[in-house]
Design a protein around this ligand. Structure first.
Ligand code: GDP
Ligand code: GDP
Length: 458
């Protein structure tokens, strides 16, 4: 057990749910002492390869002879004092409440390390609440869903440098450890490693060549061939080294490779594709150049964008094309017309059969992943915003000019920005697009969704 993690927050934000998720079946309840209300629960927690003790202060709403507030304070202080890391949970759907501020205050004063988590943020719920949490001054809020298990990879990444630091301290290493934690945002290590392979989903219509591609990447026929369609519906994943990059590939096709394609199978494979997208960091939309941009490809590509995944489009069976330049032009035009929401996403041509173009695909995936994780310093963003508004000032509906005062990046994976502004409800969509396109072009961010929201300052 390397360290102790305390889950802290006001009642009903989802602490117990998160505790149960981290502890799983290994729950070890601290026995009630006679006459003492059970308060802090402990369990052996686990997240990826990390092992720790989790302490849950969820019992604290059972106030007895004490005032609720007094009891909450004492228990929280105890949990905070005993913990190496505090995971401070708020409810993203509710936003920041006075009680949250109360806890934040205790944490700022006493906690050694705080990770802020905005819970109940499954899908795109609670975006505003998560943004609000920024104001607590406890760093970037992780958007998680304890109930649905979302955001656990971000939590892992937030814990990892701390875990390494504690490990180093435990073995009495030299005091100068190079794992900086104060400035976690910039040092957050998202680069693929054998412990954290880059997660890729290869999606596309049946017969696009997904299995062939994955087999080529694996360099051996490791994909299962076998069960008929409708029997095994799970996506499968394989880990390998793709041209020097540790990757984990989610494949949805291999299992029913030989199945006859019926309507039912088409539907199933869409559902599997959606599941794979949720797992992936980078989604490779594999097209058959003979039948590019099928309805099904478009749906899943759109879903990948909505889910905030980095996207690379790969046109397969390129070996069959005679007039390659002409075909490429055609593909680019169709791409722009049919998937405007993925503007700038890389389009590469490959032949899964011969292996030609796999280096291009590899580079495009790495680049998309890098962009997806990119963080732009606030100073540069604000210089950029001034230049943008000077070049093309926002409109002045009813004679009152909309002022865009300040921009900051609040999140990566994908990059998300907030602009503080006046009269944001009057800001035309076209101006928002101008800003998003500008961000994409000026900071070289192809292939990733960019989120831009506005906060009204009256
Ligand atoms: P605690 O009092 O902080 O320990 O909160 P609980 O874990 O008991 O959760 C309070 C309520 O929020 C319960 O109804 C949970 O089912 C719900 N909840 C917890 N996590 C999530 C989540 O990620 N999403 C949603 N929608 N509800 C959640
Ligand atoms: P999946 O259903 O998407 O997994 O597609 P498969 O990998 O099973 O491929 C479907 C068919 O396309 C098979 O007959 C493959 O041999 C063929 N195929 C896959 N990739 C290529 C390629 O790059 N070039 C050519 N000519 N055929 C390919």
């Amino acid at each position: 057990m390397s360290f102790t993690l305390a889950i802290v927050g006001r009642p009903n934000v989802g602490k117990s749910t998160l505790f149960n998720r981290l502890v799983g079946k290994r729950l070890a309840l601290v026995d009630d002492q006679p006459g003492v209300t059970r308060d802090l629960r402990e369990g052996a927690g686990r997240l990826g390869d990390l092992r720790f003790i989790v302490v849950d202060s969820a019992g604290l709403e059972i106030a007895e002879d004490d005032s609720l507030q007094g009891r909450m304070r004492r228990l929280t202080e105890r949990a905070v004092d005993e913990a190496d890391v505090c995971l401070f949970v708020i409810d993203a759907r509710v936003g920041v409440t006075a009680a949250d501020e109360y806890f934040a205050d205790i944490l700022r004063k006493r906690a050694k390390h705080v990770i802020l988590a905005a819970n109940k943020a499954e899908g795109r719920a609670g975006e505003a609440g998560a943004m609000e949490a920024y104001a607590l001054g406890l760093g970037e809020p992780l958007r998680i869903s304890a109930e649905h298990g979302e955001g656990m990879d971000d939590l892992y990444r937030a814990l990892l440098p701390l875990a390494e630091q504690f490990e180093a301290q435990n073995v009495q290493q030299a005091p100068e450890t190079d794992v900086a934690v104060e400035d976690g945002d910039e040092d957050e290590d998202w680069r693929p490693s054998p412990q954290k392979p880059l997660q890729i989903a290869v999606i596309g219509r049946p017969n696009a060549g997904k299995s062939t591609l994955i087999n080529k990447i694996l360099g051996e026929d490791r994909l299962l061939t076998g069960p008929e369609a409708g029997i095994t519906r799970d996506s499968i994943s394989v880990s390998t080294n793709f041209m020097g990059t540790p990757v984990r590939i989610f494949d949805t096709a291999g299992m029913r490779k030989k199945a006859r394609v019926t309507d039912k199978v088409e539907k199933l494979s869409v559902a599997d594709g959606l599941r794979a997208v949720r797992f992936a960091e980078v989604v490779v939309v594999l097209l058959d150049v003979g039948i590019p941009f099928e309805q099904q490809d478009l749906r899943i590509a759109d879903f990948a964008e909505t889910e905030g995944r980095a996207v690379v489009v790969a046109a397969n069976k390129w070996d069959l094309e005679e007039d390659k330049p002409e075909k490429l032009k055609e593909l680019r035009e169709a791409f722009e017309r049919l998937l405007p929401q993925l503007k700038g996403a890389p389009l590469v041509t490959v032949s899964a059969r011969t292996g030609k173009g796999l280096d291009r695909l590899h580079n495009a995936i790495l680049k998309a992943h890098e962009v997806w994780n990119r963080r732009i310093p606030t100073a540069r963003l604000n210089q950029w915003l001034s230049a943008m508004t000077e070049a093309h000032p926002p409109p002045a509906p009813g004679g009152r000019r909309i002022r865009l005062r300040y921009i900051t990046q609040v999140k990566t994976r994908p990059p998300a920005f907030v602009v503080m502004a006046t009269h944001t409800d009057k800001l035309p969509d076209s101006y928002q697009r101008y800003l998003v396109n500008g961000l994409r072009a000026d900071f070289d961010m192809p292939g990733t969704p960019i989120r831009l929201t506005f906060r009204d300052q009256g």
